[in-house]
Design a protein around this ligand. Structure first.
Ligand SMILES: [Zn+2]
Length: 213
């Protein structure tokens, strides 16, 4: 288990969270206002969500062995406010969502969370979903489900994001919990990551060797 956990935490040296400066996407890129929840399957609904998920995928590609990436955007304007990728080897807390939330605090301060939407390549684990509840970050969109990620030999705590959010209902009322956006793509990404880890189990740099393809 220690070995599995170490592998889950994943080495990703050289990865630096965040971007030089937030930038605004065209207004049309803003996610369409939504209420309710998604189905957790399929390839997503709405091009606005997909556009931002591609940015999360872009982050995930920075750690090909553990492709958990996230971005936080302003829900109304579509401005990208923060980014992050899993850097779990530096700290067990540094999942992609938490890295993005830390980046957000650095840039925006600890305020304004309710006006944001977080996009992440993997369904938030119980730690990350709890962090979003504590922050009152009410809109969360993910691609691959926890079950799908588990199938690629990534250990997971057996709680869905919705279960965690429901457990926080006394103080947390999410506006959007939507899964499955670009899941076909990210499921492939996670399967490729498993193959990479299996093929090169000793690689700890997060960068595939020249033979990896
Ligand atoms: Zn997490």
């Amino acid at each position: 288990m220690d070995s599995d956990r170490r592998r889950f935490l994943g080495r990703c040296s050289g990865v630096v969270a965040g971007v030089a400066a937030p930038f605004a996407l065209p207004q049309r890129a803003a996610p369409a206002p939504r209420t309710g929840t998604g189905t957790g399957t399929g390839t997503g609904t709405g091009t606005g969500h997909e556009r931002f998920m591609w940015l999360a995928v872009e982050q995930a590609r920075r750690n090909p062995r553990w492709p958990f990436g996230a971005v936080i955007v302003h829900t109304r304007t579509g401005e990208v406010l923060a980014r992050g990728v899993n850097t779990g080897d530096d700290s067990p807390l540094l999942h992609g969502e938490v890295v993005a939330m830390n980046d957000y605090v650095r840039r925006q301060g600890n305020q304004g969370w309710a006006d944001t939407t977080l996009y992440t390549t993997g369904e938030p684990c119980s730690m990350c979903m709890s962090a979003m509840a504590w922050a009152d970050l009410r809109r969360v969109v993910w691609a691959s489900s926890i079950d799908e990620i588990r199938r690629t030999d990534v250990i997971q705590i057996d709680l869905t994001a919705r279960q965690v959010a429901a457990s926080a209902r006394s103080f947390y009322t999410p506006e959007l919990l939507l899964g499955g956006v670009l899941a076909d793509h990210t499921n492939h990404l996670f399967r490729e990551a498993r193959r990479l880890r299996e093929r090169y189990p000793e690689t700890e740099t997060g960068t595939p060797s020249a033979e990896a393809s």
